[in-house]
Design a protein around this ligand. Sequence first.
Ligand code: ZN
Length: 397
Amino acid sequence: MRNVGSFITVLSNGNVLSPQNLGQRDLLLAGGMIADITDRISPCAQIHVERIDVEGCYVVPGFIDAHVHLIGAGGEGGVTSRTPELMLGQLIRAGVTTVVGCLGVDGTSRHLTALLAKARALEEEGITSHIYTGAYQVPTPTITGSVRNDLILIDKVIGCGEIAISDHRSSQPTKEEMQKLAAEARLGGILSGKAGVLHLHVGNGERRLAMLFDIVRETEIPISQLTPTHLNRNTALLDEGIRFGRAGGMIDITTSLEPTPDNERVISASEAVHYCIAAGVPIENITMSSDANGSMPVFDEAGRLRSLRVAGIDSLHGALKRVAAEGLPLSDALKLITWNPSKALRLQPRKGTLAVGSDADIVVLDDRLDIQYVFAKGQCLMERGRLRARSAFEHEA
Ligand code: ZN
């Protein structure tokens, strides 16, 4: 249901992290944007303004989750293991106000047109949504017949992905195929004024990021065009990610990947972030995403499925809390899910920051970093920890 709140809101006395620490400030939200950030915004008798006192809280940019299976994914355990669709309330509870949807391993029974419709629904319901065209396999599915045309002709398409490499579930694409795909994404991005990234699912295979280093070395395609994810699968892969990040690439850590008894090689998102920073990757080159509603299968040495679970979108906020608790200043931790993905996806200056003129996408965190308020394009979608908006047919929790 569409939420109709106040058109003008003042968030007063919060500690504003833009994500830079601006200190205690008032924010004026009007027309879906941030109209002012200043010491004190005085009441105006002529205009109805909703004033919310958030003293003692952090006021931060809405989170950007750049890898979410909005219509579900998975299926590695057969058709009963296809994962479910994500609903608005789940995104809001997780503080996510900008989301990028993608297909996954199953490019047969999942369709980009369904993903596009879902993204449009979420936009109508109040948040900001984009999608990647494609799925794991190469040649990859598209809506119009080519990656380039999808980028140019379809508003919500901002890149191509998730294309699988170094994984037994990939289509085993050749380097030449990947070069062509990266070129398509780049040209489509240039001609549409979008990021046009090639977003890569990297599996447990020993080739790891070798193909990406080859593409950067052998073609004119800049490293910023390639955004590999799931790099915290194992230490050897993360070490290659560190090399990629130090060379100027953006590296993405998956927050729903957690070490489990049957998969001890995984490095938690927080540990991976600290490890990358200690190894010299600029924090500006690291992002985190949830992989929400993707399946998290574990295969044995022979390639047999051992276990399967569904990734949660709340892992993004959980990882933020943990990264901060483990010693990263909150303003830096926030960059991983606000400023940095916004830069990688060319969503600045409207997204990923709190500045005059940027969209009023805001999360208010209490002193324990729990989410109290969520605003998306100026609308209050969560108030004192309670949802004010849900998708149609979404059950009240
Ligand atoms: Zn993936």
